[in-house]
Design a protein around this ligand. Structure first.
Ligand code: HAM
Length: 431
């Protein structure tokens, strides 16, 4: 019978792949802890309605949903935000604010599997609830940059593209676009990089923009990309516009203070970042590789109304989701991922006249001292044992000697250098 393969878009994690995943998770957890975030989880299967209410068409089209044996409409979780919004809303009064929570759920989306897109992925979610200000936004942006740095990436490798829906609305208002046209403009901006310019121009015209408005909008986007937030100052003269502009400048300044280095090489204001999810209300951002070869590594933003929609609680919220797939590609490409699972620190080998029982006792003592230890489970020639130790990637072999049971030889398996040791002393030093 032909072997049954995993489903398209699902991964088997053999130990080398699992080592990469473990490295990614450990790095995420380390930085999250430094920012005072605590870990939580929720159910992988949820009522379908949790997503159809607020996530928006893009996610709803990709749901891995079915009717369960009790006739309930359910879905595997495609994202964590609705779950965490529900959880926080349910205990809103009891929780210490601001709430800083993170999770690393496995998520499922029925997408066409392709490079950077699978039907399951793991996603770091870090969210702050109960603070609607720029400080919370800056905490998240700084955390994103610190995670990138913790992986060994630099501002030459990656770019945070930042926008704000409130700022964009103020810009569009100042350019004379009526509120009802804004969703259509959002849709065009979202695809601006990915579709021919003529098509964007055509869609903007269909949405009701004059030729002058189209030209002005596209020119402004180019200018902001090139020169930053200052490019918007001449346009944003009314109170709302000026407030939004100042807030963006404040967020960037706070982020800079937190990361302890210039923010400009890391973060670029980019008005084409609108994000597909329907619930964002404030800042929105995505992280991309600087060469622009890969899909977004991470995406997030502020969603101040979701807790109300899902849990009837007024509580501002912001956060981001960071997948393991595109990140893995980027890190692998840069040689920043471990290439193998952890190997034994010590291989205990039996020399002449030493039986496996004696080896076992030493192995046990070393393991109780916290060392990672392997040995040959059956009697074998010393040469064979040492070969096995090398192929397991062990750093050292401890060779027990039958003629001098109190002593042993420690062999450095890279250099081949050998040192005689007194066993009891050597073992005592392993703690
Ligand atoms: P998202 O932009 O849909 O946002 O996903 C965030 C990240 O997850 C993406 O940038 C990408 O790295 C990864 N990702 C998404 N779909 C896939 C897939 N099919 N295969 C591999 N990786 C994928 C959200 O999910 C929001 N809920 C994030 C958020 C948290 N916003 C606020 N808090």
């Amino acid at each position: 019978m032909a072997s049954i393969r995993p489903l398209n878009g699902f991964r088997d994690f053999y130990p080398p792949a699992f080592a990469e995943r473990a490295h990614i998770f450990a790095t995420w957890r380390r930085v999250a802890a430094r920012y005072g975030f605590v870990e939580y989880d929720g159910p992988p299967l949820e009522p379908l309605e949790l997503y159809t209410k607020k996530s928006g068409a893009e996610i709803v089209d990709q749901l891995y949903n079915f009717v369960d044996k009790g006739g309930r409409d359910v879905s595997l979780r495609p994202e964590m935000t609705p779950t965490v919004a529900r959880m926080v809303a349910a205990q809103a009064n009891a929780l210490r604010k601001p709430v800083r929570w993170f999770s690393i759920p496995q998520l499922f989306r029925y997408e066409r599997a392709q490079r950077g897109r699978l039907r399951e992925h793991f996603q770091l979610n870090a969210d702050i609830f109960g603070d609607g200000g720029e400080s919370a936004d800056a905490e998240l942006l700084a955390m994103v940059i610190d995670i990138l740095r913790e992986f060994g990436l630099t501002s030459d490798d990656v770019r945070v593209r930042l926008s704000d829906r409130r700022l964009l609305n103020a810009v569009l208002h100042a350019m004379g676009h009526p509120a009802e046209r804004i969703p259509a403009i959002y849709a065009v901006l979202d695809k601006l990089d990915r579709q021919p310019r003529e098509l964007s121009v055509e869609k903007l015209a269909t949405a009701g923009c004059t030729t002058a408005q189209v030209d002005a909008l596209l020119a402004l986007i180019e200018q902001t990309n090139a020169t930053g937030v200052a490019a918007l100052a001449p346009l944003l003269q009314d109170a709302e516009g000026a407030t939004r502009l100042a807030a963006m400048q404040e967020t960037l300044a706070m982020t800079q203070a937190l990361i302890g280095t210039a923010v400009a090489p890391w973060v670029r204001l980019d008005l084409t970042i609108v994000r597909g999810l329907a619930y964002y209300t404030g800042i929105v951002f995505e992280v991309f590789d600087a060469k622009g070869e890969l899909r977004a590594v991470c995406g997030g933003g502020r969603y101040d109304e979701l807790l109300n929609a899902l849990g009837g609680v007024d509580m501002p919220a912001a956060g981001f989701g960071w997948g393991d797939v595109v990140l893995g590609e980027l890190l692998r490409d840069r040689g920043l991922l471990p290439s193998a699972p952890p190997s034994p620190e010590v291989w205990v080998a039996a020399g002449d006249d030493v039986d496996v029982a004696t080896v076992r006792a030493t192995v046990g003592a070393l393991r109780r001292a916290g060392r990672r230890v392997e040995y040959a489970l059956r009697p074998q020639q010393l040469g064979k044992q040492l070969k096995a130790a090398v192929s397991a990637g062990a750093a050292h072999a401890l060779i027990l000697r039958g003629d001098a049971p109190e002593g042993g030889t420690v062999r450095d398996l890279t250099s081949g250098a050998e040192t005689s040791v007194v066993l009891a002393t050597w073992l005592a030093n392993q703690r």
